[in-house]
Structure formats: structure tokens, C-alpha cells
Design a binder for this molecule. Structure first.
Ligand SMILES: [Zn+2]
Length: 240
């Protein structure tokens, strides 16, 4: 018995398979991550055309049978985001965004906020490929943590509970830490803290300026939160 699913999705990865097929990693608003096969997708006269490239936002019909992979039976483009393909920085940022989401939310649970965040990220890169920087990628990942229910505490001390100025961060405690608790984490300067707080308050198309040291600290906040609370590792936010 097979079930038909009509959904929209973003193509996270598109892998050549066999002589003419493609295996797709899709992210959907209501069914999380789905693996699918598009048979004959690489033939010149394929009915799918060029609608199954990475980062495209599509609406599609899937047939789900007994196996792990659903079968694509029809595809329409919602947004091709072709501007992303014009810039190496935008392409790299889009790929790291899809990879981070794929690692953090790899099951069938719905995370509509994460889907919308990725769609906003791709739309922003498409409109302005200059946004494709490591700073944008760190801001995206921080927002992704929030969408996944893993938001780090960014005020007060997550170890002793003191409501004081903070000087560090502890992934294990899940938040910023005070002077007295520094042995439990790593240093987080004022600039890095400001970047994290401002990134959460602003849209992904308006990431705050940040220097390299502060960005490294902010990236470490995201990386250690993910390692401690989701037991996974993310690729670096960018080549530096
Ligand atoms: Zn403390």
C-alpha cells in the first residue's frame, strides 16, 4: 500500500544515483526531513526539469511505500533562488545552513519555525548574495537553536543563578556564566554577547557587524550548546 503526500519542501541535498536518478534530502514544514528518489530526473527530457537542485523551494507530490525513500511523482517550483548560484559566498552559506538544519533536525517531527527560518535565509541570500558570510551563518544557527527548542540562556548566570554581569559561557549549563563560575566554561566577551543578543532580535537579512574574535566566541556558544544538548557536531560556520 502506498500513501500520497502533497507538500512543499526545500531541497537540502540532491545526490546523483544510478544512471539517471536523484536521491533527495527534503525538508518539509509538516513532516520534517524526508528522503526521496526522483526517477529519471537526470534525463534531458525528464518531467522534473531542473526543479530538484539544492536550495530550491518546491511544491511536490510524493508516494510513500514500504521503503525508506518516498518517490517523487510531480514537482513545481515555488522559488528557485537562482541568485544564490551567482556567488560562491552565498552558495557556501546556503549549503552550511542546509547541513546544520539537516544535522539538528533529522527526524519526521514538524518544526515549522525551522522551515520558515531556512526559507527566509535562502530568500535573503538570493536577494543579497553579499550576506553569505560566517557571521550570517552563526546568526542563522543561533536562530535555528531557538526553532529547535534549544535556545541558550543569554543573561544572568546559568550555573549559580546570580543576576549579575556575565563573563563566560557554559555549554553544559546552557547559558552565560558569572565571574565566580568561570571555571565551568569559556570566556565570552561583551562584543560576542552583544552579537548573539542582537542577532536574535534582528532579521537574518540584517546581521550585526562583529569582529573575528567575537564571532569565534559566538560560534563556540552555538557549537557547545548543540554538542551538549543534541549530542551532534556542526561543520564550521565558514572557511576563514
Ligand atoms: Zn555564577
Amino acid at each position: 500500500m502506498s500513501l500520497t503526500l502533497k507538500t512543499e519542501a526545500i531541497v537540502l541535498r540532491s545526490i546523483r544515483y544510478g544512471e539517471a536518478d536523484r536521491i533527495l534530502h527534503l525538508y518539509t514544514p509538516d513532516s520534517g526531513r524526508i528522503g526521496a528518489i526522483a526517477k529519471g530526473a537526470r534525463r534531458t527530457k525528464s518531467k522534473f526539469g531542473a526543479r530538484l537542485e539544492p536550495f530550491m523551494r518546491i511544491s511536490l507530490v510524493l508516494r510513500k511505500g514500504k521503503g525508506d525513500l518516498a518517490t517523487v511523482s510531480a514537482v513545481d517550483t515555488i522559488s528557485a533562488y537562482s541568485g544564490i548560484r551567482m556567488s560562491a559566498g552565498a552558495l557556501d552559506c546556503a549549503a552550511r545552513s542546509c547541513d546544520a538544519l539537516s544535522r539538528l533536525l533529522d527526524g519526521p517531527d514538524p518544526h515549522v519555525d525551522a522551515y520558515n527560518l531556512l526559507a527566509n535565509m535562502l530568500a535573503a541570500l538570493n536577494a543579497n548574495p553579499q550576506l553569505g558570510t560566517p557571521a550570517t551563518q552563526v546568526a542563522f544557527r543561533l536562530k535555528l537553536l531557538v526553532a529547535a527548542g534549544l535556545q541558550p540562556q543569554l543573561s544572568g548566570c546559568a550555573v549559580c543563578g546570580a543576576d549579575v554581569d556575565t563573563v563566560g559561557f557554559s555549554g553544559a549549563a546552557g547559558g552565560t556564566i558569572c565571574e565566580a563560575c568561570t571555571h565551568q566554561g569559556f570566556p565570552l566577551g561583551f562584543e560576542a554577547h552583544r552579537f548573539l543578543v542582537d542577532s536574535l532580535a534582528r532579521p537574518i537579512s540584517d546581521v550585526p557587524d562583529v569582529d573575528d574574535l567575537a564571532l569565534r566566541q559566538a560560534e563556540r556558544v552555538v557549537a557547545e550548546t548543540v554538542e551538549h544538548h543534541a549530542q551532534i557536531r556542526l561543520r564550521p560556520a565558514g572557511a576563514r
